[in-house]
Design a protein around this ligand. Structure first.
Ligand SMILES: NC(=O)c1ccc[n+]([C@@H]2O[C@H](COP(=O)([O-])OP(=O)(O)OC[C@H]3O[C@@H](n4cnc5c(N)ncnc54)[C@H](OP(=O)(O)O)[C@@H]3O)[C@@H](O)[C@H]2O)c1
Length: 368
């Protein structure tokens, strides 16, 4: 299979190296803005890739929405398979791109877009073919997990650890997507869409990140044997989905509490097989490129147009229904309340108007 590779950054470079070990795959042309000395044909014009009848597969690793959207759409229309690690793009244009792939009889895969190096989306689609998945949840963002783990281990302040994460390359110069939970929410949308054959919209899902977490919050949890994690969760509820992203407290002995640093831990719950969890490197050149490579090999071996051929339908987000346990912190005072997620997020929004540092957390074990 001949590949047109877009981008030669952290993941693109690692993917190119890995592809050389695979007889079934050849990177024929690289789209790059400057010479890279890769030995394959290098071009700064996407037309050289999309118009090349010998290129069967386009691997998009430039990131961002534009021009990645235009490139991927054009590649699918030209009946070329597409593999991408671009969660922002797939999440924003999921229904359109899946439809485009199906109409053109080509494959679109994005396993590295959620879970980095963990074969999470491909495992999810395998289970969805044989069982009914009822929920997906987990630690899906390595940057926030690194900051929370270090806050817990070292009693250090959020701002100090964010600066450290940026220095170590774990956090972007603009960390908003990570620390406000938007990146985890995109990965949740991709996961839930596959798990439930759904078409969710990221903006419908309430989301609280970790930027308001304080040393006092860490101490409060420690005194009670609890550990903070940023959890993204989606649960099928009839013809709707209950979903949210927010800081969550776990007993110190749980696998979630023991998932430290930039690692991810993500679980699915299905009616017959029960709970399955996957953990590992949620980012990094080699792990992420390995999942990109696995997608390419899968395409070389099979003819599925997307992970699932089941028609997906838009499903509303509905967080009414089940009463859960929540921790509210406002003006330094903590209060535990039992209410639906819809009521808790509404109350949090109201409190935040008068206390911009207020915090809401989920207590899934109903403890305290
Ligand atoms: N890094 C990870 O751990 C990780 C994990 C999971 C998913 N991802 C996803 O993987 C994708 C790539 O991430 P990355 O970390 O490899 O990014 P990166 O290191 O910033 O690399 C991006 C590359 O794309 C090139 N590029 C950008 N726009 C281009 C354009 N218009 N034409 C040609 N080349 C262009 C850049 O070239 P210049 O060098 O010229 O700027 C750079 O070489 C993103 O969608 C990201 O979300 C990354």
């Amino acid at each position: 299979m001949q590949i047109g590779l877009l981008g030669y950054g952290t993941v693109g470079k690692a993917f190119h190296a890995l592809s050389k070990e695979q007889p079934a795959l050849t990177v024929k042309t690289l789209l790059t803005r400057r010479p890279r000395g890769t030995g394959c044909r290098e071009t700064d014009s996407f037309a050289d890739i999309v118009n090349d009848p010998n290129i069967d597969l386009v691997v998009e690793l430039i990131g961002g929405i534009h021009p990645a959207y235009e490139y991927i759409s054009a590649a699918l229309r030209a009946k070329k398979h597409v593999v991408t690690a671009n969660k922002a793009l797939i999440c924003a244009y999921y229904p359109e791109l899946v439809q485009l792939a199906q109409e053109n009889g080509v494959c679109l895969r994005c396993t590295a877009a959620a879970g980095g190096g963990i074969p999470w989306l491909s495992s999810l689609s395998r289970v969805a073919r044989m069982d009914r998945i009822t929920a997906v949840e987990g630690i899906l963002n390595g940057t926030t997990n690194y900051i929370l783990s270090e806050m817990t281990a070292r009693n250090a302040a959020y701002g100090e650890l964010l600066a450290e994460a940026q220095k170590l390359g774990y956090a972007e110069a603009d960390p908003t997507d990570d620390v406000e939970g938007y990146d985890a929410r995109r990965k949740l949308v991709l996961s839930a869409n596959l798990a439930f054959s759904a078409l969710l919209r990221e903006q419908d899902i309430p989301c609280i990140g970790i930027s308001r977490m304080t040393v006092a919050d860490i101490a409060w949890a420690r005194e009670r044997g609890l550990v903070w994690k940023l959890i993204a969760r989606a649960e099928r509820r009839g013809d709707a989905v209950s979903a949210f992203v927010c800081p969550t407290l776990f007993p110190a002995s749980t696998p979630e509490s023991q998932t430290n640093g930039s690692a991810n831990l993500v679980s699915l719950y299905a009616e017959r097989i029960g709970k399955q969890s996957f953990s590992g490197a949620g980012a990094g050149g080699w792990p992420t490129a390995s999942n990109v490579l696995a997608d390419c090999l899968e395409i070389a071996d099979s003819s599925r147009s997307f992970y699932s051929d089941r028609p997906a339908a838009p499903l509303p987000i509905d967080n009414h229904g089940e009463v859960k346990t929540w921790l509210f912190r406002s003006y330094g005072r903590y209060a535990v309340r039992q209410e639906t997620a819809a009521d808790a997020f509404e109350a949090y929004a109201a409190v935040s108007e008068i206390d911009s540092g207020a915090l809401l957390a989920h207590l899934p074990w109903g403890m305290l």
